[in-house]
Write a protein that binds this ligand. Structure first.
Ligand code: ADP
Ligand code: MG
Length: 626
């Protein structure tokens, strides 16, 4: 048997870099600006602690395009490198950097998108350039160095006459990457990745005008100023005590310049133990679902934009929020599924969940009226959170609201208290009536209200799931939509209504109805109700409808439910005058017409009459009244 090491030759690295980073090769600029920033921050630190005796000043980073010569320059005024340091950091580290790359490439080959999320550092320049130069002058009293490399492992290193401290990286942009010689493309990248980096970044100049003088003497003067593209001190790097409401709103506009709606409120995150994390999260108005896709939470590491896909880092229900999270402790060079198992990430996720719950709780306690006003815009997040995170559910029980059709807002506890005397069924379970659409279920709501019952308005798309969860986690309650069954069948009554029809008449009526009503869709039930109640009432059993709704919005294990045919109950009120009339009508065609018309009216009130049938119904109705 032979064993040994496979020799990975350095010649292979550049093609690998080019190939595997292809989908995300724009990150080269982020990497080079990160290095320039590091060099500047190192200088700041060393002057700060007195190890370097020079004036720190106000260094910037400059990006310049030389379109004619097809070059892109990244220039910093950081601590620079001596010739020896270039040897050490650029030439030798290339080996370990390459090893690291191959290591990671093995792991994540299935998901190459991930590679772009961690820095390949300096060598990512070769994704877009076929030649790279470094001209660098250290803060130390040594000659400047000039390094060039054409993407093969061969390089040259010689002295340079650069006088100012700092490093200039020159990329000779490759033929297939000329997009990076376009001003608009570079500006777009700077906006995306570098908008909040800690060292000012200059990209060209822009014209500013000021007005001097008054009236006839008024003059406009214009002059050129450096165009600094970033805000080096974004709000999340500050202490909450330094910021007021307006600052938070301004920062929201800075993050999402195309969002005109103001956020509802924000949560400032700030921890340094057991992990490091800062950030500001905003609750946007979520009534407009169109906005869910774009303008998502942005993840930064030390003010460098990494991604706006925070899946796996914050619990899913919070991905509906907006804002910024900045943490150096999130490992990004691993696959998303691994991320969820990472201890730090788990802690971060539960920290964020707890902060959000605490904030909501204090908003609720401090100003309930305002919280109620915001409820409709935030309920999606809260309800989704209650469904998906047990910890959040426990906390949300205190502030989750259940609005009624008349805009009263109860907590669950208050609701139970409110209805316990009036709304119980035969088994002493609390019957919680709700509607999902005030207009569509209008007549049902009115009837329930007339009997003095509370009707909730629960209209978010996941509400069926939430109801299911509440029913299983609480004792002796059941939710029923107002049109799921006739109210008198649901709620315990003092006395039963007595039917005006004899047993024989009932049998007769049932037979007639079953012969006219399509029984594959409608189950006919005779019920002795108050004579004021409607004669024909269509209801859809709660269980069936809810299962269908749940399978439509992703309920586990409910596959196929949404293909089930629609089934309804048709309750016929034997005490209604019209029903008596139907029974006593002698001619068969007339009887049939009355039943059809009544059924259609009942369908109309449930929004079930559509298309051809609706047209026919209207025609028929005109005929009848003319
Ligand atoms: P990393 O940034 O992760 O250390 P890089 O490949 O990006 O890896 O850079 C390698 C090293 O080269 C840096 O650690 C730094 O020492 C040196 N370097 C790169 N760019 C600069 C620069 N603009 N100024 C000073 N040193 C630099
Ligand atoms: Mg780097």
């Amino acid at each position: 048997m032979a064993t040994g090491n496979i020799n990975v030759s350095v010649e292979n690295i550049f093609p690998l870099i080019k190939k595997f980073l292809y989908s995300d090769h724009e990150i080269f600029l982020r990497e080079l600006i990160s290095n320039a920033t590091d060099a500047t921050l190192k200088l700041k630190h060393l002057t700060g602690i007195g190890e370097i005796k020079i004036e720190y000043g106000s260094p910037q980073i400059e990006i310049k395009i030389d379109k004619e010569a097809k070059k892109l320059h990244i220039i910093d005024q950081g601590l620079g490198m001596t010739e020896d340091e270039v040897q050490k950091y650029i030439n030798e580290v290339a080996f370990s950097g390459a090893e690291e790359f191959l290591e990671k490439y093995k792991d994540s080959a299935k998901d190459t998108g991930i590679i772009g999320h961690f820095g390949l550092g300096f060598y990512s320049a070769f994704m877009v350039a076929d030649q790279v130069e470094i001209i660098t002058k250290s803060y130390k009293d040594e000659d400047a160095a000039h390094w060039t490399c054409d993407g093969s492992p061969k390089f040259t290193l010689e002295k340079s006459d650069k006088k100012e401290r700092g490093t200039e990286i020159i990329l000779h942009i490759a033929e297939d990457s000329v997009e990076f010689l376009e001003e608009s493309r570079i500006r777009e990248l700077l906006q995306k990745y570098n908008k909040f980096m800690p060292v000012p970044i200059k990209f060209g100049t822009r014209t500013e005008t000021t007005k001097t003088g008054e009236g006839d003497d008024a003059k406009e003067e214009s002059f050129e100023v450096d165009d600094i593209i970033n805000n080096p001190n974004p709000a999340w790097t500050k202490q909450p005590s330094e910021l007021n409401d307006e600052d938070y709103k301004n920062f929201y506009r800075e993050l999402y310049p195309t969002q005109f709606e103001e956020p509802l409120f924000n949560i400032h995150l700030n921890v340094d133990y057991p992990f490091n994390l800062t950030g500001i999260l905003y609750f946007p108005k979520l009534n407009n679902e169109m906005n869910l896709q774009k303008d998502r939470i942005q993840l930064y590491q030390n003010q460098v934009f990494v991604t706006d896909n925070v899946e796996g880092i914050v619990p899913e229900f919070l991905t509906m929020l907006r804002g910024v999270i900045d943490s150096p402790d999130i490992p990004l060079n691993v696959s998303r599924s691994y991320l969820q198992a990472d201890g730090n990430v788990k802690k971060i996720s539960s920290y964020i969940t707890r902060k959000i719950a605490d904030k909501l709780n204090s908003l609720f306690k401090d100003n309930r009226e305002d919280f109620e006003k915001k409820w409709n815009d935030i309920k999606m997040v809260i309800e989704y959170g209650m469904l998906s995170e047990e910890k959040f559910y426990e906390k949300a029980e205190k502030f989750a609201l259940y609005p009624t059709v008349d805009d009263k807002y109860y907590t669950f506890e208050e609701l139970q208290e409110q209805i316990k005397a009036t709304q119980t069924d035969k088994d002493d379970k609390l019957v919680i009536l709700y509607a999902s659409d005030k207009d569509a279920q209008h007549s049902y709501i009115e009837e329930a209200k007339a009997k003095g019952y509370e009707v909730l308005l629960l209209d978010s798309p996941i509400v069926a799931h939430l109801i299911q969860k509440l029913e299983t986690s609480k004792e002796k309650i059941s939710f029923t939509r107002v049109d799921a069954d006739h109210i008198d069948n649901l709620i315990k009554k003092e006395e039963d209504q007595i039917s005006k029809l004899s047993e024989e008449e009932k049998t007769n009526l049932k037979e007639i109805l079953d012969s006219v009503v399509p029984t594959s869709t409608y189950t006919v039930q005779l019920e002795a109700m108050n004579s004021n109640s409607a004669p024909f009432i269509i209801t859809q059993p709660e269980f069936m409808r809810r299962m269908k709704e749940m399978s439509a919005t992703g309920g586990g294990g409910m596959f196929g439910m949404s293909n089930m045919p629609e089934m309804y109950n048709l309750t016929v009120n034997t005490n209604h005058e019209l029903v008596g009339q139907i029974l006593n009508t002698k001619t068969k065609p007339k009887q049939e017409r009355l039943i059809k018309q009544s059924l259609d009216l009942a369908r109309l009130s449930q929004n079930l009459l559509k298309g051809e049938e609706l047209t026919q119904f209207i025609k028929r109705s005109f005929e009848m009244i003319k």
